[in-house]
Design a protein around this ligand. Structure first.
Ligand SMILES: NC(=O)c1ccc[n+]([C@@H]2O[C@H](COP(=O)([O-])OP(=O)(O)OC[C@H]3O[C@@H](n4cnc5c(N)ncnc54)[C@H](OP(=O)(O)O)[C@@H]3O)[C@@H](O)[C@H]2O)c1
Length: 288
């Protein structure tokens, strides 16, 4: 598969988003493990997760544990797989998502993620979402501490605006490697962050790149141009979507979610789909 970079680490140009395997509507354990193994078989070497990908209050880190188990039970070599996790979101178990950006909380959450992932240092640790009650520099400062302590190898942020990207880069002393924001045909307001990442050489990981768990399947129905290009190429609209993102900038590393082997197998083929400038122009116009 085509390769891209996050910091000094080479990863597959398309990663696997783990969220659908651990939140509401998740599949059974066996299907989730089969999905992760299918991604690895297809050459995926980036898996995105978070401690908050769970349903019940007593199963924090459900997705991290699942990924660690699937990596351990995979027959092949997983040494080049980068697991990117996040801290700063909490789920009390009533279906809601809350934020906690206190530095002491983030340091403790990272320690817990480290244990669940069974690694000496987390490959990429991302501050999940700004907490309005805590100065941003203080939350990101916890990531600097974790880097200094060797608990995490790389630091990223998520749901950040351009000012926060610049602030994080400063607080981390130039060690910020990635930004994970929502970006899809229906949600393009993260374009300024994508452009800033291109300028600064930071990886940009679009989340919900297919429009989100409940809408991903209907992408081609909602965006006729994506359906048209897909039909002309004999591929799925989801492949066209991811190929369109990869063409936007060399720093883009999409992380489509999946809970079935067949969907991740289909989507990763986008890494080999090179769209023409006419096709890209039609998709840009449709998505705008
Ligand atoms: N940082 C944040 O705040 C944040 C927020 C949301 C998500 N994320 C991350 O971003 C990842 C991706 O976002 P997402 O999972 O919300 O949404 P998404 O990637 O837009 O959509 C996920 C859904 O797409 C479906 N799908 C994938 N490939 C397909 C294909 N080729 N054809 C048809 N359907 C296909 C999957 O269906 P099946 O389930 O049937 O396989 C899956 O449920 C998450 O998993 C998570 O890691 C981060």
């Amino acid at each position: 598969m085509q390769q891209r970079r996050i910091g000094d680490v080479q990863v597959s140009a398309i990663g696997l988003g783990g969220m659908p395997m651990s939140i509401e509507g998740r599949p059974d354990h066996q299907r989730s493990v089969a999905t992760i193994h299918a991604a690895l078989d297809a050459g995926v070497t980036l898996v995105d997760t978070a401690d908050a990908y769970h349903v019940h209050a007593d199963e924090v880190g459900h997705n991290e544990a699942l990924i660690a188990e699937a990596l351990a039970s995979y027959g092949g070599d997983t040494s080049s797989v980068l697991v990117a996790t996040k801290g700063g979101h909490v789920r009390p178990g009533d279906g809601s998502w809350k934020v906690d950006g206190r530095p002491e909380y983030l340091r403790q959450a990272a320690e817990a993620s480290l244990k669940r992932l069974g690694v000496e240092a987390i490959g990429l640790y991302q501050y999940h979402r700004p907490d309005p009650k805590v100065p941003y520099a203080e939350s990101v400062g916890a990531l600097a501490d974790l880097l200094d302590a060797g608990k995490i190898r790389m630091a990223g942020i998520s749901n950040a605006n351009p000012a926060q990207i610049r602030e994080a880069q400063e607080v981390l002393g130039g060690r910020l490697v990635s930004v994970q924001n929502q970006y899809s045909p229906a949600f393009r307001s993260s374009r300024p962050e994508l452009d800033l990442c291109t300028e600064l050489g930071l990886a940009f990981l679009p989340w919900s790149p297919l429009g989100g768990i409940s809408r991903a399947g209907g992408l081609g129905d909602r965006f006729a141009a994506f359906r048209q290009v897909a039909d002309a190429r004999g591929v799925s609209p989801q492949q066209v979507d991811i190929a369109w993102m990869l063409a936007a900038s060399p720093v883009v590393v999409p992380i489509p979610g999946s809970s079935r082997p067949e969907t991740i197998r289909d989507t990763v083929q986008a890494a080999g789909l090179v769209l023409t400038s006419d096709e890209l122009a039609a998709l840009d116009a449709a998505a705008g």
